[in-house]
Design a protein around this ligand. Structure first.
Ligand SMILES: CC(C)(COP(=O)(O)OP(=O)(O)OC[C@H]1O[C@@H](n2cnc3c(N)ncnc32)[C@H](O)[C@@H]1OP(=O)(O)O)[C@@H](O)C(=O)NCCC(=O)NCCS
Length: 179
């Protein structure tokens, strides 16, 4: 089990404060997702100038950040209450059985991004970011999507009680209900 050392400090941030951290989020997003086999379905619009500003306005947007001992942000996780009429919900809904759509989508906590810089991985940062975000929420159901071959992320999500409720293309849908 990883030990979250005191080297990293995780804190929760609301949308207003998160807007002020946009440059850091975009920097890590571009670094982590650019090379990656981790890319999620994309609406084709630019993350920094369009996607993130849109997400900041979504219902109950919450961001967790991790800072190193120098105060630099090395990772983040964010989510919001997702619903029909939004890109991700509609994209997923078109690809799963209506019964699964009904069971999991609409007014769900959507875990949108979880990203840790390579230099800070394997030290408990990702787990701490995700648990801090989840522990702050009272949502009945939570949903996210990841790439099927993304073992680190799948291991982490499954260890926190997420289970698969669907698969399409090379993606896995994971969900968790409030226990
Ligand atoms: C997934 C990610 C956030 C994990 O961050 P991290 O800080 O390295 O994770 P942690 O050190 O907190 O490890 C948490 C758990 O993740 C899993 N994990 C981490 N690295 C792993 C690896 N190389 N192989 C398998 N499982 C791994 C383990 O279950 C680990 O559990 P442990 O605490 O019992 O060791 C990080 O690898 C990352 O940013 N990946 C690229 C972006 C991404 O895939 N995001 C998620 C999907 S969108």
């Amino acid at each position: 089990m990883n030990d979250m050392t005191s080297t990293y400090r995780v804190e929760l941030v609301d949308a207003a404060a998160a807007a002020g951290l946009s440059d850091d989020i975009i920097r890590i997003h571009n670094d982590v997702y650019s090379d990656s086999p981790f890319n999620r379905p994309s609406s084709g619009i630019d993350f920094g100038t369009a996607v993130l500003p849109l997400h900041l306005g979504r219902k109950e947007f919450t961001l967790a950040t991790a800072r190193d001992s120098n105060g630099e942000i090395v990772g983040y996780c964010y989510g919001y209450v997702g619903d029909h009429g939004q890109f991700w919900t509609d994209y997923v809904a078109e690809r799963i059985h209506p019964s699964l759509e009904k069971a999991w989508l609409g007014d769900h906590l959507e875990i949108v991004e979880l990203a840790v810089e390579k230099s800070a991985r394997g030290k408990g940062v990702g787990r701490s970011l995700l648990t801090t975000l989840l522990d702050s929420r009272g949502d009945d159901r939570m949903a996210l999507l990841t790439v099927a071959k993304n073992a680190p992320a799948l291991d982490l999500y499954e260890s926190l009680g997420f289970t698969s409720f669907g698969e399409f293309e090379n993606f896995v849908l994971l969900g968790r209900r409030r226990s």
